[in-house]
Design a protein around this ligand. Sequence first.
Ligand code: F6P
Length: 547
Amino acid sequence: MSTLTTSREWLALQAHREDIQTVHLRRLFADDPARAERFSIEAAGVFLDYSKNRVTAATMEALMALARARGLEEARDEMFSGAPVNITEHRAVLHRALRARSDETILVGGENVVPGVRNVLEQMRRFTDQVRGGSWKGYRGQPISDIVNIGIGGSDLGPQMVCEALRPIGHPRLSMHFVSNVDGAQLADVLNRVNPETTLFVVVSKTFTTQETLRNATSARSWFLDNGGGQEDIARHFVAVSTDARRVAGFGIDPDHMFGFWDWVGGRYSLWSAVGLSIALYIGMPAFAALLDGAREMDEHFAAAPLEQNMPVILGMLGVWYRQFFNAGSHCIAPYAHRLNRFPAYLQQLDMESNGKSVTRDGRPVSGATGPVIWGEVGTNGQHAFFQLLHQGTDVVPVDFIAPLKADHALDDHQLLLLANCLAQSEALMRGKTADEVRAELSATGMAGDELEELVPHKVFPGNRPSNTLLLPNLSPHSLGALIALYEHKVFVQGVIWNINSFDQWGVELGKRLAVDIVAELRCDGLGHHDASTRALIERVRVSLKG
Ligand code: F6P
């Protein structure tokens, strides 16, 4: 593939960037009364207003020309066809098969994977019905009251985020707990709150080799055995989700109580598979199916809509625009829904583990910047923390505002206040406030002269700060499924433009490897080859551990 930054389409965008540099969004809105309508789109129940971006019709045209020239349509079709697009691991990338219709055929190595997906969903249905219905009993004959999901990364963030988001439809008897960190404080706190007689541990690990998960699962099992459970009761209290039945059996979990998935499901794309077992236990299989339906609708939109009217493509290309041509090193996610408080963390893994790469698919250094830092916090909390920087700081930080329109509670007025704040923030970022407007405002309060002029620069907002607004009808399984799939595909779009492999994560390996060495060194007195800083730190930790 040709070098991105020397391509004709790239150079055209670069020239266009010069044209648009001095154009204020206020001006663009004033010049085009149809701007909001022109730059809005709806798909799978998600409404996107992207009119508050520093773009014109010419910008969007040039961005789509770049997308075409980079082979986005072909790359999407290739991924959807089951080809091994994860080239460094020789794997297909088929999260979309997890939400495919039962009569679809999706081939991997000549085999249709859809029946296997359906079988696992059926296994999940049988199990979740038993647990939710109360016929799956703990070792003293009582129904399960607490579910502890033990996993990390993709085996934690997605299930946790969705359970939190859909709490109003969670089973009233079930309390959900998520343990990911190898810091025992997290597990200890959960174990202090639950009763071994009525707790089900769901151990989730694609590889079943992850240090944190195996340590937490081993400690949970010891706690269970030390607190009344017997060896013969483990089968009723521990189930596993993994691609590796041999390792699950080796750990001591009955393979009959294992829910499988496949190597063509990436960890950060896995909540739709058996990795979502905790979700299904909490919200039930019909609601889990609705989550899959929402995602499938977004898949169908992504697969079929022309690039110009394709929501993941639009979001992805806007991200490329800011990352490359405005040097925007970060992207803020601001959900105006408290139940989406884990969504920024979920997107951090999805986006940064996928696109935090600096070599192209053919192993050469990338020619420009790749994935931005993803961060964020729910509104309105973020407004009272970091929004100052978004409004008046020196960097351009694009923001995604995400808001479900309908609340799932009956507290009067809260939803109106929440949504008003959401709309106000995007308007303020876009409009800003000029020096003349500040002067007029201050004069109206009676201020004048030097006192007024000294204050003016501090109260000026530059505006022209870009944002997207995503509105969902409500926070239902269907709309949440569509929203998550939207971001999955957005990340894919950007990976194609940058010509990187969005589906491997070699960058997490080195630290893991070194940790294994240091664990061994902390356990004995030997010391391997380390720099002076790490050596001294190891000595210090060793003394503390012995003390
Ligand atoms: O360390 C990164 C990672 O491999 C993620 O990609 C993955 O989601 C997480 O660890 C957990 O992996 P596993 O599900 O195999 O335990």
